[in-house]
Design a protein around this ligand. Structure first.
Ligand code: HAM
Length: 428
């Protein structure tokens, strides 16, 4: 039997309902935050990710899905969303947009050739935002508030926000020197990856999972001692704005992130839920003030984040939070085969009036049909028999209270409008 590729999964049934619910909630959240939607290609030229995400990152050096297309071009399935959105920002000259900052959001599949395990897939879905054109620390705080408020809306309790700063170029260079000096005598103790990182990006040694418990990790210099005034001020203001927004956080110097483009603020939200598993970072992001320039655009500051949908679903499950329940406004039952045409056209008419409607396509008996209406969690059942067709007076049954009504066809819509709205109000 043919099977799905390793590290991928199918969405169907209940999971489909959950995903649609979460995606719709994110769409409406983005409306409330007034961000605009962007969609970029799933594949881009490989060079974009080499320049954007960085040669020394695991993502680019070990995990990309690369291919040569039929025109001999080197292409890569996007491992993350930021580089593509930055490319689009430059190519579409969004820096010339009169309303700055340009605040964007996106959602879609990403691809990384990682070792699959719980919470880690080769094809996974991210929702993310990227904001261009503002250096204001208020923007960093707003970006951090988005996932936190989203998790709050869902009722997730076990979340922990870790923030850190990597400072500006000057602070980072000074810190880099300090790290090189510190780790030099311990090089032999470090894993092979970290030996490589020592040369290319010593900051990444700090978030190594393998060397995590070494003494030299604990005694490593802290970025806070190497921040210049501008960097220190920026971070202080981010924290102040988080306080105003009532976003609780912890400053964690080990958050350095696995991508090369960050400057100043970096953050991760982790699931602090018992039994969640090791892949507990629900989302991550930060500021990237040189990325637009590195990809070939005008010098433009940026800040953003992305969250993983799969880890979010696991977190909801761990906290027993149900989202996206099955629901239908009406289920239409033709009593006999003869009433199928009327049932069908009534179904269509109701759908065109905005109700969610399904009907019996299997010619079940009445008992079977009521079971089906329950499975669909239908609010109302419409029974269409000979008498209903002749008199144009329909039998409408409230599937929750079992109350039965006789409603004239000409008054059906206003009847449903008031009753279904009433039911929605009660639910809320
Ligand atoms: P990232 O930390 O690589 O950042 O990914 C963000 C989130 O995507 C992670 O926190 C995790 O929830 C999810 N994720 C990453 N890899 C996998 C995987 N293999 N399987 C399942 N979920 C995964 C970025 O991608 C940056 N582009 C975020 C950003 C946007 N920074 C600034 N703007």
């Amino acid at each position: 039997m043919l099977q799905k590729p390793k590290g991928t999964y199918d969405v169907y049934g209940e999971m489909g309902l959950k995903i649609i619910y979460l995606e719709n909630l994110l769409r409406s959240l983005m409306e409330t935050y007034h961000y605009e939607y962007v969609r970029t290609p799933i594949f881009e030229s490989s060079e974009l990710f080499h320049r954007g995400v960085g040669e020394t990152t695991d993502i680019v050096s070990k995990e990309t899905y690369d291919f040569v297309d039929r025109g001999d071009r080197n292409m890569t399935l996007r491992p993350e969303g930021t580089a593509g959105v930055v490319r689009s920002y430059i190519e579409n000259k969004m820096y010339g947009n009169p309303s700055q900052p340009v605040k964007t959001w996106y959602m879609g599949p990403m691809y990384r050739y990682e070792r699959p395990q719980s919470g880690r897939f080769r094809e996974f879905y991210q929702f993310g935002v990227e904001v261009f054109g503002s250096e204001n620390p208020m923007m960093d705080a707003e970006v951090i508030s988005i996932p936190v408020n989203f998790y709050r809306l869902l009722g997730l309790k076990g979340i922990k926000v870790n923030i850190n700063t990597l400072g500006d170029t000057e602070s980072r260079t000074a810190y880099r020197e300090a790290l090189l000096k510190h780790f030099k005598p311990h090089l032999d103790d470090l894993c092979e990856d970290c030996k490589n990182r020592y040369e290319k990006n010593p900051l990444r040694i700090l978030d190594c999972k393998v060397d995590h418990d070494l003494e030299c990790m604990r005694t490593a210099p802290k970025i806070s001692d190497y921040l210049n005034e501008t960097s220190r001020n920026h971070f202080e203001q981010v924290k102040q704005h988080l306080d105003i927004l009532e976003i609780p956080y912890e400053v964690n110097p080990n958050v350095v992130r696995g991508l090369d483009y960050y400057t100043h603020t970096v953050f991760e939200v982790e699931a602090a839920i018992e039994g969640f598993g090791s892949q507990n970072v629900l989302c991550g992001g930060g500021r990237y003030n040189h990325l637009v320039e590195n990809i070939g655009g005008p010098s433009t500051p940026g800040v953003g984040f992305a969250l993983g949908m799969e880890r979010l679903l696991s977190a909801l499950e761990c906290e027993h939070i149900t989202v996206g329940k099955e629901h239908l406004d009406l289920y239409v039952i033709p009593v006999e085969e003869k009433q199928i045409p009327e049932s069908l056209s009534l179904t269509q008419m109701l759908r065109m009036n905005g109700f969610s409607v399904d009907m019996d396509y299997m010619q079940r008996n009445m008992k079977g049909n009521f079971k089906q209406a329950d499975r669909f969690n239908a609010s109302f059942v419409l029974i269409i028999g000979e008498e209903e067709v002749e008199t144009e007076v329909l039998t409408v049954k409230d599937n929750h209270t079992q109350e039965q009504y006789k409603v004239k066809l000409s008054e059906l819509i206003s009847f449903l409008d008031s009753h279904i709205k009433e039911e929605h109000n009660e639910e809320n």
